[in-house]
Design a protein around this ligand. Structure first.
Ligand code: SF4
Length: 242
């Protein structure tokens, strides 16, 4: 189901695909996996397969029924570019997003190779923000893949941040989000990793959003960095002011 989201950088979620498989260290404590198991236990029909990848054709047209403009995180419970999501289904998701220009759609993937491979098969609408997740220096190649796609707005989710990212190439990147891991077993983030990324964003004029310090008690840890919050977003689009 679609739901209002507590995620700081979006407003609601839309999950035409659910379920995933782990691919890199950032997946270790996957929130979606924990949540899918919980929803399965509660008898939610879309989670009858638990965390096994499942496409939901009946969910495709949902955003068309929402008239009020919203920021929508697409597939918070999966990865749209997972190998088991057929290209035709991905194209249907993009077609719905194109037909709902009142909304801003935010997609995140760790499957940047497939994103790049399929990019020529996708008609990239203006209202789709495409992002890749990077947890440490071993995965910065995902930024290079993203840069080569046809996405109109490109962003980075540097969360859960598990190590320093001292040499980011931010050319062609429109937004960076940073966050520490939260929840059971959270791996701690270091302040200097965060300030170093912020400083790279400032010098490259890339909007910087600091989501959270994380930890087991994420509310207590808060989201202030050096005495203030950082809530910058790509500002040129009309939707950003909606
Ligand atoms: S890619 Fe995302 S949804 Fe999939 S297992 Fe990793 S953290 Fe979870």
């Amino acid at each position: 189901m679609a739901a209002n989201s507590k995620i700081e950088w979006t407003e609601c979620t839309w999950n035409p695909v659910t379920g995933c498989t782990k691919i890199s260290p950032g997946c270790q404590n996957c929130y979606a996996k924990r949540m899918a198991r919980r929803l399965q236990a509660m008898g939610q029909p879309n989670y009858r397969n638990g965390f096994r990848l499942t496409t939901h054709a009946h969910m495709l047209e949902l955003p068309l029924r929402w008239r009020q403009p919203r920021s929508i995180f697409v597939n918070s419970m999966s990865d749209l570019f997972h190998k088991d999501v057929p290209l035709e289904f991905i194209q249907q998701v993009f077609d719905v997003m194109r037909r709902a220009p009142q909304h801003r759609f935010q997609i995140l993937t760790k499957r940047s190779e497939r994103l790049l491979d399929l990019s020529p098969e996708i008609a990239w609408p203006e209202n789709v923000w495409m992002g890749v997740s990077i947890e440490n220096e071993d995965y910065t190649f995902r930024i290079d893949h993203l840069r080569q796609t046809g996405a109109k707005v490109k962003f980075l989710s540097l969360e859960p941040l598990l190590g320093p990212l001292s040499h980011l190439n931010l050319s062609g990147i429109n937004w960076a989000i940073v966050g520490g891991e939260s929840g059971p077993g959270a791996r701690p983030v270091q302040q200097e990793w965060v300030t170093e990324i912020r400083d790279q964003c400032l010098s490259a004029h890339v909007p910087f959003f600091f989501k959270q310090w994380g930890g087991v008690h994420k509310k207590k840890a808060g989201r202030e960095l050096e005495g203030r919050t950082w809530d910058e977003m790509p500002g040129s689009s009309k939707l950003a002011k909606a």
